[in-house]
Design a protein around this ligand. Sequence first.
Ligand code: FDA
Length: 299
Amino acid sequence: MNSINKLIVSTVKILPKSVVFLFAKKYIAGTTLQNAVDIVKKLNSKGIVATLDVLGEAITQNSDAEATRDECFRVLDIIEKNKLDSNLSIKLTSLGLNIDEEFCYTLVRQIVEKAKILNNFIRIDMEDSPFTSATIEVYKKIRTEFDNVGLVLQAYMKRTLNDIESLKELKPNYRLCKGIYIEPEEIAYKGKEEVRENYLKALNKMLDIGSYVGIATHDKYLIDEAYKIISERNLPKDKFEFQMLYGVTQKLRDKINSDGYKIRVYVPYGEHWYPYSIRRMQENPQVARYVFNSIFKFN
Ligand code: FDA
């Protein structure tokens, strides 16, 4: 993030939440599940598939984790009832990973089991580095029992190529993203070019082992490179998809769709929208303009 963005985002953080929501709402479907269903229906009508996400992370009470599990059940039921083309992404710290790994595993297993019955799929998001190994462990345990679960790996993590190697027997269904959390340079690449380079190495390695890959990026350079890889490998369409976040680079998203590739949009919703939205604003190169325009409108 450039220093002007950093300054602006830290200013945004001291604004009342009601004001931040005005900037944030571009990135979230809304606060209710019905808001999210409406957005997914619109995307589906354009031939774009979705993954729903119940916003929330780092809960501290078992009862909050159980409430997240119950909300995930509601999401899976509503997808089925409305015949939506969507799966579900989950964050393990919203399901108790930061309280107890075994407790978290039990809840995730229940969600994956319900998804299996409904013929749906669960994607485990990757959070910051204190949870990387534990997330992979929960994934591995569930993957030995279920095939309708996938994992996210982050290209900025120096360990990622080794993780792909050590997980290869499971032939995971992956989402590959750059990674959003602020990590120490001992464990994470910091430069734009080295993250891109590792992204492409990871993508090729995932494809080499025969994994399905969700190519999750808005970076035009990486998307162009992915197009080349797809063409060079003559990669069948059931081996990959592109993925983007709701509210980001819609033109590029529509282009990928019209090029005939499968594209999935990550649609988050819920009351706990604040930390997610702040992360998105930090990545928006035009955040300064948005903030300025919005303040101008208020005055
Ligand atoms: P980059 O940040 O370089 O952005 C490329 C271009 O996209 C920018 O130049 C800009 O034009 C545009 N852009 C990007 N973000 C924008 C924004 N917020 N507003 C406006 N324009 C924007 N991370 C993680 O750590 N764990 C996870 O589980 C996930 N899950 C996930 C799912 C999906 C579907 C996606 C697309 C991304 C994630 N991420 C994630 C986030 C990911 O790690 C990364 O932070 C963002 O995708 C931004 O990285 P890009 O690859 O898009 O490149």
